[in-house]
Design a protein around this ligand. Structure first.
Ligand code: SAH
Length: 364
């Protein structure tokens, strides 16, 4: 049964699904989900993420983490945690970029949080060069991380978590549901009355104008809370990088991508990526409510410049032939330029209140 048939069977039996339920099945269902059954990334896949564009991305995040570790002065072993590691490229480059940082590799263990068995195998292969020296473990959820200081990174993870979508109508707030239309196709159907999930709309945003669309991502809030509580109890820090916004917005940010092109959100679910932009201010607020210190949001371009991407690019270019030099320049531009990923992608950092301010967030 295709993912679409599976969804239609559920909807026929139980009625329309919230968009969050639809997104959760389409992306992560163990038999029908896009991440769990496909290999989404890279030139041959459906989309390319920052670590797949250039080794510089993972290397700089590694150096960012290692310098924070040094500045924190912690003597304990530190868990390096990555949420949604994809093909394992970021963590591979993180480890190769930090192999000369004195003592760092002896003091870390790697914890990867991944739901896709296929991607876990690819990650295992990517980290093989390091796995006889550094312990690598996989987990299904963040709460399996051992109680020790942790430095946590997440790139394009939060945008893959299921969101609810609400719209303010003349008759009050309604939820966008996924149902089946008269032609027998999946279609967006407005809930006839307020759903219980409408309680997720932040109080101060309930009086948005008619037509306003508000998205909420309860999973992102729950994971941020778990991370902030872990950091606060055990020490550590986190870096989240994603498509996102840093002011309240009232329009849909949902998008689907297949084969490097925009795709209909409701067509052939399970065969395409679906994402929503991340509400960084809200995640920052959640972390602060858990008493973690939060920095940002800042743009990815500013962050990468502040942690030295130009210096790293020059070092790589010194050893490169002409063709490779051009590739490095174009990767640099793609990652940092405001017309490409530099502005749309943003970063926040969370730390234990007694940990130092992380690199990249100073003077911005
Ligand atoms: N960070 C990678 C991949 C981003 S795609 C990169 O930048 O290239 C999203 C990743 O999150 C995939 O690895 C996907 O399988 C994983 N993922 C999605 N939902 C998840 C969940 N609920 N728990 C754990 N991993 C999840």
């Amino acid at each position: 049964m295709s993912t679409e048939e599976y969804l239609k069977t559920i909807i026929s039996a139980q009625g329309p699904l919230t968009f969050a339920q639809y997104m959760s099945i389409a992306l992560s269902d163990s038999r029908h989900g896009y991440y769990t059954t496909k290999q989404p990334f890279g030139k041959k896949g459906d989309f390319i993420t920052a670590p797949e564009i250039s080794q510089m991305f993972g290397e700089l995040i590694g150096i960012w983490a290692a310098s924070l570790w040094q500045a924190s002065g912690t003597k304990e072993e530190v868990a390096i945690v990555e949420l949604g590691p994809g093909r394992g490229t970021l963590m591979h480059d993180f480890l190769s970029g930090t192999k000369n940082v004195l003592g760092f590799h002896n003091k870390i263990s790697i914890h990867l949080i991944e739901i896709s068995p296929k991607l876990k195998d690819i990650q295992k292969e990517a980290l093989r060069p390091f796995s006889d020296k550094i312990k690598v473990q996989w987990h299904n959820t963040f709460d399996e991380i051992p109680a020790k200081p942790a430095i946590i990174v997440a790139n394009e993870f939060f945008d893959a978590l299921p969101v609810h979508q609400f719209i303010n109508t003349e008759n009050g707030w309604r939820e966008n549901m996924v149902g089946i239309n008269a032609e027998g196709d999946l279609d967006i159907i407005l809930s006839p009355s307020e759903t219980t999930s409408c309680a997720l709309i932040p109080k101060k945003r309930r009086n948005s104008p008619i037509g306003a669309i508000i998205e909420t991502c309860p999973a992102a809030i729950a994971i941020t809370r778990d991370i902030a509580e872990h950091i606060n109890k055990n020490g550590g820090a986190a870096l989240f990088i994603d498509y996102g916004y840093d002011e309240p917005i009232i329009e849909s940010t949902l998008q689907s991508v297949k084969n490097h092109k925009f795709h209909d959100l409701l067509k052939a679910p399970g065969s395409a990526d679906i994402t929503a932009h991340v509400d960084f201010l809200l995640l920052k607020q959640v972390a602060e409510e858990c008493m973690a210190t939060a920095y940002g949001p800042i743009e990815q371009g500013s962050f990468l410049h502040a942690v030295g991407i130009n210096i790293r690019a020059d070092m790589l270019k010194n050893k490169a032939d002409e063709k490779h030099k051009k590739d490095i320049d174009s990767a640099l531009e793609r990652l940092t330029d405001s017309s490409q990923m530099g502005e749309l992608f943003k970063c926040i950092a969370l730390t234990h209140p007694q940990w130092p301010m992380p690199e990249g967030f100073k003077n911005v």
